[in-house]
Design a protein around this ligand. Structure first.
Ligand code: HCA
Ligand code: CU
Length: 388
């Protein structure tokens, strides 16, 4: 899992999110931010989708960004030609379940589909452009309903495009049905069949997208599709931030070297604003409480040594930890730390007494930080008056 590439699809899959409408300026802003962040690829909506989609694709190709620009099209020569004419670095072609699964269903049109795939792959390569070949709904197609002959068909199709020199093949969990173990098995099998890179695309309908991405990498996948905050069809795909939270734990040096993690929060805010949503409260890394510690036992340990209750160092993402001290679960270590932050001096015995006061107040009603600070200051003033 130590080395992987990100195909950032906020501007393709993300445009399929219910609320998404990106004007040219917003697309350029998002593409530029993602490129500066360090994603390897930025995937754009097919130029065949609409005239503006085509113009935007051409405009983004001309920006000269560090990230490679991809677009995503159906597996046809007409679409492939338009894509290459836009000036993209690569084309991700996908063969739909309608053409693959339904018509083909049990080997009949396999030869025709392979022929079409090879034509498109060879054409894109002849234009000097990178090409990925993928099938929609790869998991249901091979695991549920249809059975083993479909897996064999799928693998022989992938082997044929691999032999033709495709740069990547892709697997897509279009409906979000796959489990990490199914993913591992399919990717492992595919890894034994093709030499090219393997890209994986996971929808999050059952909340497995990041786990599936990780499993895919363990099994030998090389590229993972993400979108900012996970936006996409229905409830979306593997979120960029959540995926990197997983990966910084698994491959810290690689992730820290490769990505400008401090920019994550800004990028999420740009996208959240563009599609009129809030960053979820429990978002990995950037959720408002992602590094807030509350219970007395946790807070004491965190104040001594943050790694006790933190698997991710907030500083790696330019975030800061917060010890929540103004509540009835608090402990005297948290209060002592707050007293010091306020620049006040007390003995441990005094802090302990103060803590019982704060806990008693917090039993009656929720305390704001200001409330707790006033109690601390009043207590401190009291001590001083008693001294004089
Ligand atoms: C869709 C297509 C896709 C394609 C994924 C890919 C999917 O919108 O249904 O090309 O890898 O989820 O299957 O996003
Ligand atoms: Cu998708």
């Amino acid at each position: 899992v130590g080395k992987f590439k990100i195909i950032e699809s906020t501007l393709r899959e993300g445009e399929q999110f219910a609320n998404a409408f990106f004007d040219t300026e917003t697309k350029i802003k998002i593409a530029t931010a993602l490129s500066e962040f360090g994603v390897d690829y930025i995937e754009l909506t097919s130029p065949c989708a609409s005239p503006a989609s085509r113009a935007d694709c051409e405009a983004i190709c001309k920006l000269g960004l560090k990230a490679k620009i991809l677009t995503h099209t159906r597996c046809t020569l007409e679409d492939a030609k338009i894509a290459c004419d836009c000036g993209v670095d690569g084309v991700d072609v996908v063969i739909g379940t309608s053409s693959f699964l339904r018509e083909h269903s049990h080997g009949k049109d396999m030869a025709a589909i392979t022929k079409q795939a090879l034509e498109v792959v060879n054409y894109i390569k002849s234009r000097g452009v990178e090409v990925r070949f993928s099938s929609e709904d790869s998991f249901r197609m091979t695991n549920i309903g249809l059975g083993a002959s479909d897996l064999v068909d799928l693998l022989s199709l992938y082997r044929a495009v691999d032999n033709a020199g495709v740069h990547r093949v892709g697997i897509a969990d279009t409906v979000g049905c796959a489990s990490p173990r199914q993913v591992y098995d399919l990717v492992r099998t595919l890894r034994g069949v093709v030499k090219c890179d393997i890209e994986c695309h996971f929808h999050d309908d059952t909340s497995c997208a990041v786990a599936n991405a990780y499993s895919a990498l363990e099994a030998g996948a090389t590229h993972i599709d993400t979108s900012v905050l996970g936006i996409g069809e229905r409830n979306g795909i593997a979120p960029l931030g959540a995926f990197l939270a997983r990966m910084i734990v698994a491959a810290p040096e690689y992730v820290k070297r490769k990505y400008d993690l401090h920019r994550l929060k800004d990028i999420e805010n740009i996208v959240a604003e563009a599609v009129h949503i809030n960053v979820p409260f429990n978002n990995p890394v950037t959720g408002f409480c992602a590094f807030t510690h509350k219970a007395g036992i946790h807070s004491k340990a965190i104040l001594n040594s943050p790694s006790t209750y933190e698997i991710i160092n907030p500083e790696d993402f330019g975030m800061s930890r917060y010890v929540h001290f103004a509540h009835r679960l608090t402990g005297w270590n948290s209060i002592k730390s707050r007293v010091e932050q306020l620049g006040l001096h007390m003995t441990d015995a005094q802090v302990k007494l103060l803590t019982t006061k704060i806990k008693a107040m917090a039993d009656v009603r929720p305390l704001a930080i200001d409330d707790a600070d006033s109690i601390i200051r009043a207590f401190h003033l009291d001590l001083q008056e008693r001294d004089t």
